[in-house]
Design a protein around this ligand. Sequence first.
Ligand code: GAP
Length: 427
Amino acid sequence: MKKEEGKMEKIVSLAKRRGFVYQGSEVWGGLSGMWDFGPLGVTLKNNIKNSWWKKFVDDREDMYGLDAAIIMNSKTWEASGHLKNFTEKLVECSKCNAQFRADQLKENKCAKCGGELKEEQSFNEMFETNVGASKDSSSVAYLRPETAQGIFVNFKNIIDSFHPRLPFGIAQIGKAFRNEINARDFLFRTREFEQMEIEYFFKGEEWEKHFEDWRVSSWEWLNEIGLNKDVVHELDVEDKDRAHYSKKTIDFEYDFPFGRSELFGLAYRTNYDLTNHKLDYLDDREGERFIPHVIEPSFGVDRIVFALLNEAYTEDELGGEERVYLKFKPNLAPVKVAVFPLLKNKPELVAKAREVFEIVRKEIPQTMFDDNGNIGKRYRRQDEIGTPNCITIDFDTLEDDTVTLRDRDTGEQKRIKIEDIVSSISI
Ligand code: GAP
């Protein structure tokens, strides 16, 4: 895969300019590995999360939703193996003190100044904090590095409340935190991010069937959001590279502007976690007690946002002018429809445009009213944020109750009756 020169910078710049993603704490010089989502970024993220939740929770009978606390009893991380194993090899330059992950260095010298490296150390990437007023070892707690453990420790609660039969799954969307040695590449490797995770429980001998089912439904969802096999590739992760809990992992890799890298992972975690949390399952029909195994599809919301921005980013020429537009699938676009009066200083046009705006937004919630600048500027701005439909109210509208509907990708405009406008918009 060839890297696309300058694309990363263009995406980061558009994301900031148009209110998708800002550098965290920017006015104070920023904080490495932290990003803030602006109004359009939040909506894009919500659209991604809602589409995921609908497919994997609402549209299924075997899934239960959960929203567990971010800070958990420290014993959780002892049991899960994270206190011991959630480490990376850290190396530091003896000359300029730059720090690197050993596995990301191409040569045995500092990648910044070429200086000698100090001896390798193990670095645990969990963020540590204290709960309550005392700051001793008994109050130490960690921000969760994966949402998954919140699911495992609630396994018994869900069983006691709902008595589900195997196989069934628990899904959760929430923040996770990792004190990455090298936060890098925009939203790709950050220190605070969001995961959408599922733990799907079943009898151990059925693992291959469930792994395959989740591989297939992961692809279905990817296609729904506009990521297909031209840009996402499966990588069967080798034994030595798998997480400590996994017996099989497929990484779904995406062609990011900086190169091919993990978008999300699908892992067979066996019964490792439930065993360590001392939890099991009673099949009352068979009178059998055992520890279920799990398949875990684990999606990173921020990496999906990055991939979708990269996929959508398009430069072309329209009407003899160069333009940039985001070719989001309409169901994900943060603004689905923009409604404009042709001229902002004609009260009768503004009033009519407001009337049309109210009609449309009742049916299509992510609709906005825009009367900023001239019509050409509005089209360019809406193209740049990926709005698939623009409606313009002009003087003919006042005569015959028709409006123009403009398509983002082709720039084509059609004249449509106001009463037909909602049914003419596909989202
Ligand atoms: N529960 C399994 C787990 O956490 P992981 O491969 O370490 O597995 C799952 O993380 C997903 O979370 C990754 O595929 C990625 O999408 C996202 N992710 C992990 N670390 C990240 C980071 N530092 N920044 C942004 N996303 C991250």
